[in-house]
Design a protein around this ligand. Structure first.
Ligand code: KIV
Length: 295
């Protein structure tokens, strides 16, 4: 079984580990929770250095890393592979693994087994899964196995075919009522937190005020207890499609394009590698080599 070893040199060892309890206390204190996605070792390290509270290894990796048009093709193997890399890069944030499509829908037994793999094989602290009332028995079973579960309501991307696309949810009174009921069901089932994605801000604020557990919003307004964004959107690394709710804090795509173009130009012109990027054999060794080979 593959082991997740965390390098002892990880930065931020003085920072205390964020746990599900920490998030609960942050909500009680009114302190906002900052969560971001990561899919690899260097991003996890940088997020830890930046002191993010929670890292989600989201199945959004299917779109922003693997190039699929939605999250449905992502497998358990894909998720575990990326979770292991993230767990090697960060130790102090709470690490959450996203359960991919069909890893928890077919049977409760399979769901518990797959959820366990995130902790046992991939160094995660908790799992997230999409949906409400329809998954309560599964969620209860996973929690009974000692695995913390984060819920996810609203625009749940694994159900895009049911929604008819990536569309905001909870805009009408009936759907808003169901959202509130589902949030309460998830809390009662034992979820430690709920992601609210792409729902009206009034509704997200209402849900947040009526729950004891923290809500983490994405496209759900400022009334949530915390916020999450996909790191590639934050960094300007994913230019296929930009959700209106995602704020871009950098334009790394242009920076990467500049760097790659410069490299290609320098290779073509012979400017790279320069003296500082090359090494020489000791003079006498080179002479001996020439004597051997040129006579
Ligand atoms: O997969 C993901 O990154 C997510 C977040 C957008 C909440 O589920």
């Amino acid at each position: 079984m593959p082991k997740t070893t965390r390098p002892p040199s990880s930065p931020n060892l003085t920072r205390k580990k964020t746990t599900v309890l920490t998030l609960h206390q942050m909500k009680q204190r009114g302190e906002k929770i900052a969560m971001l996605t990561a899919y690899d070792y260097p991003t996890a390290r940088t997020l830890e250095q930046a002191a993010v509270d929670v890292i989600l290894v989201g199945d959004s990796l299917g779109m922003v890393v693997l190039g699929y048009s939605n999250t449905l093709p992502v497998t358990m193997d894909d998720m575990l592979h990326h979770c292991r890399a993230v767990a090697r890069g960060a130790t102090t944030p709470l690490l959450i693994g996203d359960m991919p499509f069909m890893s928890y829908q077919a049977s409760t037994q399979e769901a518990v087994h797959n959820a366990g793999r995130f902790l046992q094989e991939a160094g995660m602290d908790a799992v997230k899964l999409e949906g409400g009332q329809e998954h309560l028995p599964t969620i209860r079973a996973i929690i009974s196995a000692g695995i913390p579960v984060m819920g996810h309501l609203g625009l749940t991307p694994q159900s895009i075919h049911q929604f008819g696309g990536f569309k905001p949810q909870g805009l009408l009174v009936d759907t808003a009522r169901v959202m509130v009921e589902n949030a309460q069901f998830l809390q009662t089932a034992g979820c430690f937190s709920i992601v609210l994605e792409s729902i009206p801000q009034e509704l997200a604020a209402y849900v947040s005020q009526h729950l004891d557990i923290p809500t983490i919003g994405i496209g759900a307004g400022s009334g949530c207890d915390g916020q999450v964004l996909v790191s590639h959107d934050v960094l300007g690394l994913f230019d296929h499609f930009r959700p209106s709710f995602a704020k871009r804090y950098a334009d790394l795509n242009s920076e990467m394009n500049k760097a790659f173009t410069m490299y290609i130009d320098e290779v073509k012109s012979g400017q790279f590698p320069g003296e500082e990027h090359q090494m020489c054999m000791p003079k006498e060794e080179w002479q001996a080599f020439l004597d051997e080979n040129e006579n």
